[in-house]
Design a protein around this ligand. Structure first.
Ligand code: NDP
Length: 461
């Protein structure tokens, strides 16, 4: 059978765009379907606008710090409408670049919502399209049913489109989005209360980072409510009522639902391919990103594995290289660095201390925390926290965790060393660059503590 295309990609986010362009580079006839704006969550309503808001928060803090550095600085209030207008034109510019890149690569953009109607067949509006291979890259969407009544609250999509910030708000959740926005918004004007169900925010991160994050949020004036996720939310005339533990109720004019994201598979017609997503909506794939349906692949958030933009891009390119090129590199998913863009930010690569112990490693733990030079000069209280996890038997550096200024930039570079199999001796033999915070990672000589796995983990390792 002659197909309209060799590859049809569903979803023009970071992963889908990267896959389609790489496949076209290999000579495939490629189309990509998108019902919303080209660029997906990261560019349009995620990483990019979020980081632009973080820069605003950081600059606001800079005004106060500038006084300590000798500048006469008056009051500088954040004007959300000005940021919103600049943000809108920057996102338009980036979307334009994405569209040009697709066209320049020879990828046909089909605008509309796609529904799979059978093997090799997709419906977009009135149009039936056939393709030899399908790539599902439809991303994820905020969860709206985690708590009764929470569907009426705003999500990060809405927040980034606000023209005016509320004076006071509550954030529900303790993950990436909750922590990043709590940290930023508290610096931009609003009073922020953060409600999460664990004892610390950022479940799944190393304990040092979680403790440091809670302290940094508190120092920024965020009201923390550990173990305090609301049981219900009620929409009221002038805002929301949070139904809290112990029959308490608290009113907020504005509430951000940051209780996670869910794969976008509803209404996609996957049943016509014999694909059944899991309870969360995620599509199962093997190491080659193949679904259970022949010729159908899935990448990125829709597979709910490591939900990060660069991972989706790498997965998309791997599919294109394998299907249309000369094969794909095997990626090392164990050492994917990630960042939490709170202030000060987090950078992390490798397992947490608890995960490393559970995997049976005997650990040398190197930890330090200090007041960075920029803060000390102005009497600031902000601290930097660093941790290296070293396998006591092999000397391999297993993980680098940092909370402090420039942590994502520093940890991204150290991730190269870890990917290359660096040992603690390699770190020790690296000459420091002075004066920097990063140099502390090559100057850690004293073992802070030795940690042994529980007997069961050690036996299983
Ligand atoms: P996360 O999975 O990071 O966090 C979800 C939060 O919601 C958790 O704190 C979770 O609590 C809480 N939660 C879930 N259900 C409930 C409930 N019923 N009641 C109360 N709390 C609940 O999701 P995010 O939405 O913050 O981010 C989505 C994904 O997007 C991230 O996992 C990440 O992959 C990506 N992302 C990456 C960023 C980056 O790279 N800097 C920035 C933003 C997003 P608990 O911990 O108790 O389960």
């Amino acid at each position: 059978m002659a197909y309209d295309f060799d590859l049809l990609v569903l979803g023009a986010g970071s992963g889908g765009v990267a896959a389609s362009r790489r496949a076209a580079l290999h000579g495939a006839r490629v189309a990509i379907v998108e019902g919303s704006r080209v660029g997906g969550t990261c560019v349009i309503r995620g990483c990019v606008p979020k980081k632009l808001l973080m820069y605003a928060a950081q600059l606001g803090e800079g005004f106060a710090q500038a006084r300590g550095y000798g500048f006469d600085v008056g009051d500088a209030a954040f004007q959300m409408p000005r940021w919103a207008a600049s943000k809108a034109s920057e996102i338009d510019r980036l979307e334009g670049i994405y569209r040009k890149m697709l066209a320049g690569s020879g990828v046909q953009l089909i605008e509309g919502w796609a529904r799979v109607t059978g093997p090799h067949t997709v419906q977009v509006g009135e149009r039936q399209i056939t393709a030899q291979h399908l790539l599902l890259a439809t991303g994820s969407t905020p969860v709206r049913d985690s708590i009764p009544g929470i569907d009426a609250c705003a999500t990060s999509d809405d927040l980034l489109d606000l023209q005016q910030l509320p004076d006071e708000l509550a954030i529900i959740g303790g993950g990436f989005i909750a922590v990043e926005f709590a940290s930023m918004l508290a610096r931009l004007g609003p009073k922020v209360a953060l409600y999460y169900r664990d004892r610390l925010p950022l479940r799944g991160f190393d304990e040092m980072l979680r403790t440091g994050a809670a302290a940094a949020l508190q120092a920024a004036g965020v009201e923390l409510h550990p173990g305090g996720a609301p049981l219900r939310v009620q929409h009221a005339d002038d805002g929301f009522l949070l139904g809290l533990i112990g029959d308490r109720v608290r009113a907020f004019p504005w509430v951000l639902n940051a209780t996670g994201r869910r794969p976008n598979t509803r209404g996609l017609g996957l049943e016509t391919l014999g694909i059944t997503p899991d309870a969360k909506g995620a599509i199962a794939v093997n190491d080659e990103h193949e679904t259970t349906a022949p010729g159908v692949y899935a990448i990125g958030d829709v597979t709910d594995r490591i939900n990060l933009t660069p991972v989706a891009i790498a997965q998309g390119r791997a599919v294109a290289d394998r299907v249309f090129g000369s094969g794909a590199r095997r990626m090392n998913w164990a050492q994917v660095a990630s960042a939490v863009f709170m202030l000060p930010p987090i950078g992390t690569v490798g397992p947490t201390e608890a995960q490393a112990l559970a995997a049976g490693h005997r650990l040398k733990v190197f930890e330090t925390d200090f007041r960075p030079m920029k803060q000390a000069f102005i009497g600031g209280a902000e601290r930097t926290h660093m941790k290296l996890l070293v396998d006591a038997d092999t000397d391999l550096v297993l993980a680098v965790h940092m909370l402090g200024a420039d942590a994502p930039e520093i940890v991204q570079s150290l991730a190269v060393a870890l990917t290359a199999g660096a040992t603690k001796a390699n770190f020790d033999n690296t000459v420091a660059m002075h004066p920097t915070a990063a140099e502390e990672f090559v100057l850690l000589r004293e073992v802070s503590r030795l940690a042994e796995p529980a007997p069961a983990a050690a036996a299983g390792a």
